[in-house]
Write a protein of this length. Structure first.
Length: 397
């Protein structure tokens, strides 16, 4: 997701005090912390109120904040790089859940584009048992952001009271979903016995051997994920007057149904909300308070869908209400979700009022073609095409 204009590009996870000295102080403090992710959250909470008192400060700090966030991500991933080597290090992104454990020597990678789960370990002493343990943890990782810190090697807090977030996406030998410790242990044992592979990787400290397994998700994993969130989508789509198929189209495009999706905007969760822009606008509409939601709040699927759908409502009912044709407005809203309404209007005219006039004089297919041809960013031009395409897949869901 691109930043939705300068005023809306701020993230709660990268808020720092204005001025280079203050930002560098925050970076140093976070880098030296034993738990960088928690340190980021504390820093964000402690200084977030300054932006409420002085909104212009957010605009002035935008570029520096994004640079700071990138540096912080580099610091967080650097610890994994010491084990895996720089070129072999993987970090979470839009369509990939990546979680390191055991002093960054084991990791799980869930590819929501290809429908594949890979679990790997560098541990050589009791490598098979270490890998088996990592597989079990991956299978039982709860669908609860409070139990998972993607940005450190902190252990995952497993709970029999929480449904695993991969439940139903991987099936055991009996064709059953894996939701309890006994079934997970049996499945992991079969994987290391029958599907264990090894490979050599080159790191800055020399060659290392990786033990790993690859597991395919069910062929219709995207449909399974859509069904998982159907009730939540229905509830909030109805509340905010948004088409359910549009919400699903946005989720499919933004994260491919990866609830732990992250991107460099920085955006989080199923609908890839930037805390200080779409997240803030959605929170204001949904909860009646002007604040930027935290990363953990947005990793919660229900919260994310609520705020993402509410933000679509803001675009429909407030920021783009000057577009009178419903279909034309939906095309504009889709593009605005990615790049912001100001960039959408620039595709028609530099003058805001003239842009609305051009849109309203045009038929919906002409509006769509103008957006696909004239939007300022190639990412957004591709984005609207994807959402429109995927939206059709969920009309009858």
């Amino acid at each position: 997701m691109l930043l939705a204009g300068a005023a809306f590009g701020l993230s709660a996870c990268s808020k720092t005090l204005s001025g280079n000295a203050s930002r560098l102080l925050d970076v140093a403090r976070i880098a030296s912390s034993s738990n960088p992710a928690k340190a980021i959250e504390r820093t964000a909470r402690s200084i977030g109120k300054s932006y409420e008192r002085n909104p212009a400060q957010a605009v002035n700090d935008l570029r520096a904040l994004r640079a700071d966030f990138n540096r912080l991500m580099a610091l967080l991933s650097g610890r994994a790089g010491k084990q895996w080597g720089k070129k072999n290090t993987r970090t979470p992104d839009r369509a990939h859940y990546v979680k390191y454990t055991h002093n960054y020597q084991s990791r799980a990678i869930v590819d929501f584009d290809k429908g594949r789960v890979t679990v790997e370990t560098l541990q050589q002493d009791n490598a098979v048992e270490s890998l088996k343990s990592a597989i079990i943890t991956t299978l039982l990782t709860p669908d609860d952001p409070r139990a998972v810190d993607l940005f450190s090697d902190a252990e995952i807090r497993l709970s029999s009271r929480s449904t695993p977030y991969l439940y139903g996406l991987l099936l055991d030998g009996d064709g059953k979903p894996i939701g309890d410790a006994k079934r997970a242990e049996r499945f992991a044992g079969l994987q290391v016995a029958q599907a264990l592979k090894t490979k050599a990787i080159s790191t800055e400290s020399g060659k290392k051997t990786v033990h790993y397994v690859e597991m395919a998700m069910v062929s219709n994993f995207q449909d399974k994920q859509a069904q998982k969130y159907q009730a939540v989508v229905h509830r909030f789509a109805r509340k905010y007057g948004i088409s359910e198929s549009l919400v699903f189209g946005v989720i499919r495009t933004e994260s491919n149904f990866n609830p732990f999706a992250v991107s460099s905007a920085p955006a989080f969760g199923l609908m890839q909300l930037v805390p200080g822009s779409g997240g803030r606008e959605g929170y204001k509409k949904a909860r009646g308070r002007d604040m930027a939601p935290s990363r953990d709040f947005l990793f919660n699927a229900d919260n994310n869908i609520e705020l993402g759908t509410a933000y679509l409502g803001v675009l429909f009912d407030e920021q783009l209400k000057g577009v009178f044709n419903d279909t034309s407005r939906e095309y504009c809203v889709i593009a605005a979700y990615n790049t912001g309404p100001s960039n959408v209007l620039k595709a028609f005219s530099k003058n805001r009022n003239d842009a609305f006039d051009v849109i309203n004089r045009s038929r919906p297919p002409q509006v769509y073609e103008r957006l696909v041809s004239n939007l300022p960013y190639a990412e957004t031009r591709r984005y609207i095409q994807k959402v429109v395409k995927y939206r059709r897949d969920y009309v009858r869901l």
